[in-house]
Design a protein around this ligand. Sequence first.
Ligand SMILES: Cc1cc2nc3c(=O)[nH]c(=O)nc-3n(C[C@H](O)[C@H](O)[C@H](O)COP(=O)(O)OP(=O)(O)OC[C@H]3O[C@@H](n4cnc5c(N)ncnc54)[C@H](O)[C@@H]3O)c2cc1C
Length: 498
Amino acid sequence: MNNSDVSRRPHHEVVIVGLGPTGATLANILAGYGLDVLVLEREESVYPLPRAVHFDDEAMRVFQSIGLAEGIGRDARVNVGTKFVDRDQKLLLDWPRPQEIGPLGWYPSYRFHQPDLEAELNRGIAACKTVTLHRGASVTAVADLGDVVEVGYSHDGAKQVVTADYVIGTDGAKSVVRAAMDCEWEDLGFQERWLVIDVQLDKPRPDLGDFTIQTCDRDRPTTYVRCPREWRRWEISLWPEEEADDVTTDEFIWPRLRPAITPDEGRIARKAVYSFESKLATRWREGRLMIAGDAAHLMPPFLGQGMCTGIRDVANLAWKLAAVLRWEAPDSLLDSYESERREHTRTYIETAVRVGEMMNSAETAEALTHAIRPDGAAQMNSISRDLDHAIGPPEDEMSGMRMPQPRLDTGELLGDAMAGRFAVIGPGEVLEKVTLPPENIAAAISAEAHPEVAEVFSDLGITAMILRPDFYCFGSVGPQNSGGLRDVLAEFKKQVHG
Ligand SMILES: Cc1cc2nc3c(=O)[nH]c(=O)nc-3n(C[C@H](O)[C@H](O)[C@H](O)COP(=O)(O)OP(=O)(O)OC[C@H]3O[C@@H](n4cnc5c(N)ncnc54)[C@H](O)[C@@H]3O)c2cc1C
């Protein structure tokens, strides 16, 4: 194909391949920056049954950033937590989840019905003027030509080709975008088959309880999940010799749900065998191609973090795409997507694998607690991870630290005032004396005007900060930085606003 053929193709700044929760979140965020986005999704409609059942406060903060937290929160339930029990139902380990709003401005853990969430994300996309969505569009070829990417897909029986500045593969475990990159799976060793059963109860059953119950049993670990409304989930570990056709029968399933429920109390809406794996793509970016979500990582669902990790990926990637495409940031900023996200994700995969191993082997409370926490703490805590290889001023130990989300004195959450931009937060008189980035890139927020912000700064021992749109710290001013905000802004200009 010659260059004139390529230049005649319809062109978009970003093509997103795959409209699962990761791609749908990304499309919503990119639309907030006004980017011209084409989304190509193979399926004609949203998958009507859930896979994920849990998301955390960080995911909710991202949903807040795209204006969908209210709708998503309305359909979700605050999660009370998980109890790990032995086969006799003796409590081994408690993992209660707080029932108060946490530092990120949201409850730490939610249970949700995935079709509700995807419907909200799609509602968001439908309202985005700069996003075009083609359903029934199966991507078959992706080629990075150096100055653009060419994407081939079939749609309504016709072959189509478009070009893009960047193509993001959010196309799940069998990603065609990943296949077009020089990239392998790093296998972190977990592989088990589980039967997943979703039941819709005919009427409320409060006696089943609100806690998730993980039964740690060498022979047959199982999980019970209290989902919204009358949805309930059971996950049952399978033996290697058990065939999918045999374990998806009523004869196999109902005896395992009794005595909790009987066939006259609800209907089995879905029964499917999943292979739970632990894999990390060796590369997340190559040239103009990037991958996110299950295209980049797979983990067993015991922490409920697979989808949440995909949401974190795109919260990290989206503003970098905006910075490169609109704020004149160097293209090399996109390299930090892989360096910041890949090792961060490894922690979640490894922890999920440890929980899975524990469910298979735990015999005593002591073994169980040591399996999760080397210090033997009897109560499990959530992972809250900073970025290891974060961009920002050299030597600033706070770069990459995950930040809380205080309320401003207006009552709004800090993220709402940022509206997808950076925040330059510091003493009002200092902000007046420095050259701030343009208003469409960063919001200036006077720290002392907002008591909750001042309290966060006091706890951290800093006087100023540049906060990224994904709520990680870019750079800070404190005793360790004698150059003050001017230095941090200079570094910001170099790295983010070319
Ligand atoms: C039983 C189970 C329980 C889970 N529980 C949780 C949980 O509680 N919490 C949590 O955070 N995670 C959980 N997960 C993980 C979570 O479901 C996934 O991580 C998440 O759905 C991945 O989203 P995604 O958008 O990256 O990929 P997917 O949801 O796989 O979406 C990929 C999309 O790309 C489309 N596509 C693929 N190929 C092409 C192509 N060539 N052209 C066009 N479109 C294409 C597909 O049709 C699909 O719509 C669970 C997973 C399982 C299996």
